[in-house]
Write a protein that binds this ligand. Structure first.
Ligand code: CS2
Length: 496
């Protein structure tokens, strides 16, 4: 059956309980969002919609697609409308979100992105461009100047990198007198706001009007750090069909997610903002301890489960966590390896938080693919697992579960076959470099050495830590010989 597409014109045929909480026609744009993928639509847009339902204001979102126009093609014919389906064991709750008021295809129309950031009615730019979208060199903390996209943006074309878009937009704001701006990174990076602030300032400094722009940034632009959390699997055709069944109209931009959502933002804004606190957003003085806890506990567990699951043949997180030994590894990672590295977080009951994470991983109503989480490991591992290892080693600990996660990543990206011999979907911006580094030998100890001694992923000095090196080599060898389940059980037994 061909259904009509969701749009403002046919919103009346959507069941009343599923319509937007605010009238989309009444909201002006006040936010530009870079990277309008499924995560943003299920997270920041959903919080903003709820905030507007409580306290009206012109906080509509202009969503920018960064790499492909696919999302623009999904949202534009629908006037920016899309549905969120929350999946729990008790069933699905669908609702249409109305706060996305404009969509710009950043690859087709980069000048429009700059114009929108420079508009006086825009006060916020939020970003979800993934870890690799920052184009940052972990060795120096600044941009990878040799990156062709960075070079091209610096040379003055209409910018296409996220940092390039911000700098050009900020420069235009200064020229036009559009007023201050707050830039909110919503990616899973430790201290994401300060990281981004540094990249923007460094690029601005080398570009046109360098010192005038950096001076203006210093005075008029803020970069609060944030912690964002909601599990949002990539939408499938089956998800879109289910959404259409509930809505009565087709929704090509549908997203599915869990009921849980959390957003912690530093209360450091250059100008006005939506009343996000009315939607449950936590505004804090320092978001860093929240981000560190979330990235190491949730994302560290996710990556460990994803690589172990991929090796053992579990394509879904909810299946992986049920394999013998895997839950035990995640528990050990959280309580023995990560917890001692975290600063105390008043008001957060860590034990309850960890139990809740395990329940979220177990959620069978929300099929979350291990392949999705396994992607871009070289960009994710440093903040998810490697930081835990470094901190624990400094404290004299033996972070076996975090090391198992890293060893499983190594087997995934180097051997590229699961335990049944099936090819694995390695998707990583550094996969070429990984293959080059490990082409000489497949011996576990040598593979570990060639990867550990790589500043793009691992901090300097870690390769000299014999415990880290030997344990990784042993675990990689065990993964190859005995498989992921037996190796997970070995790590759990060693923790007793
Ligand atoms: C996941 C995250 O894909 C991944 O790497 O670990 O997207 C995760 O689902 C979110 O950070 C949850 O907040």
């Amino acid at each position: 059956m061909t259904r009509e597409r969701l749009s403002l014109a046919n919103l009346g045929s959507v069941p009343a309980s599923m319509r937007p909480k605010v009238d989309p026609r009444s909201i002006g744009v006040g936010i530009v969002h870079l990277g309008i993928g499924a995560f943003h639509r299920a997270h920041q847009a959903s919080f903003t919609e709820d905030a507007l339902a409580a306290t009206p204001g012109n906080w509509g979102i202009c969503g920018v697609t960064q790499r492909s126009g696919a999302v623009a093609a999904q949202l534009l014919p629908q006037d920016g409308l899309y549905s969120i389906s929350e999946r729990t064991d008790a069933g699905t709750r669908a609702s249409v979100v109305g706060v996305v008021r404009e969509v710009v295809d950043g690859s087709a129309d980069p000048a429009e992105v700059v114009r929108r950031i420079a508009s006086p009615e825009v006060h916020l730019v939020t970003l979800t461009v993934t870890e690799k979208g920052y184009r940052r060199d972990p060795r120096t903390g600044t941009l990878r100047w040799e990156d062709p996209e960075v070079e091209a943006d610096l040379a003055g074309r209409d910018p296409r990198s996220a940092v390039g878009q911000l700098v050009a937009g900020i420069r235009a704001r200064r020229h036009r007198g559009s007023g201050p701006l707050t830039v909110v990174s919503c990616d899973n990076l430790a201290d994401n706001g300060r990281v981004l602030g540094r990249l923007v300032t460094d690029l601005a400094e080398r570009g046109e009007d360098g010192s005038a722009t950096t001076g203006w940034i210093e005075e008029h632009v803020r970069f609060p750090s944030t912690m964002v959390d909601r599990i949002v699997p990539a939408t499938t055709d089956a998800d879109r069909a289910a959404a259409a069944g509930l809505l009565g109209v087709a929704d090509h931009a549908a997203v599915v997610t869990e009921a849980f959502r959390q957003w912690v933002v530093e209360d450091d804004f250059a100008g006005p903002r939506p009343a996000w606190e009315a939607a449950g957003v936590l505004l804090v003085g320092d978001a860093r301890p929240w981000e560190l806890a979330k990235v190491r506990l949730l994302n560290g567990s996710h990556s460990t489960l994803a690589y172990l699951g991929q090796l053992a043949g579990s394509s879904l997180v909810a299946d992986a966590i049920r394999r013998p030994g895997f839950e035990g590894v995640v528990r050990r990672l959280m309580t023995v390896d990560v917890e001692p590295t975290l600063a105390p977080l008043p008001g957060l009951d860590l034990a309850a938080y960890e139990e809740q994470l395990l329940e979220r991983f177990m959620n069978r109503a929300l099929p979350h693919r291990t392949a999705q989480i396994a992607a871009d490991g070289s960009q994710k591992l440093p903040q998810r697992l490697v930081g835990t290892v470094s901190d624990r080693r400094r404290q004299g600990g033996e972070p076996l579960a975090a090391l198992l996660g890293i060893a499983a990543w190594m087997r995934f990206v180097v051997d590229r076959r699961d335990e049944q011999g099936n090819p694995l979907p390695v998707d990583d911006p550094l996969s070429g470099a990984i293959a080059e580094r490990t082409s000489e030998t497949s011996v576990a100890g040598a593979v570990v050495e060639s990867l550990l001694d790589w500043p793009a992923v691992f901090p300097p000095g870690i390769a000299e830590d014999h415990f880290v090196r030997d344990t990784l080599a042993e675990l990689l060898d065990r993964l190859r010989r005995n498989g992921a389940e037996a190796t997970a059980r070995h790590v759990v037994d060693a923790s007793r």
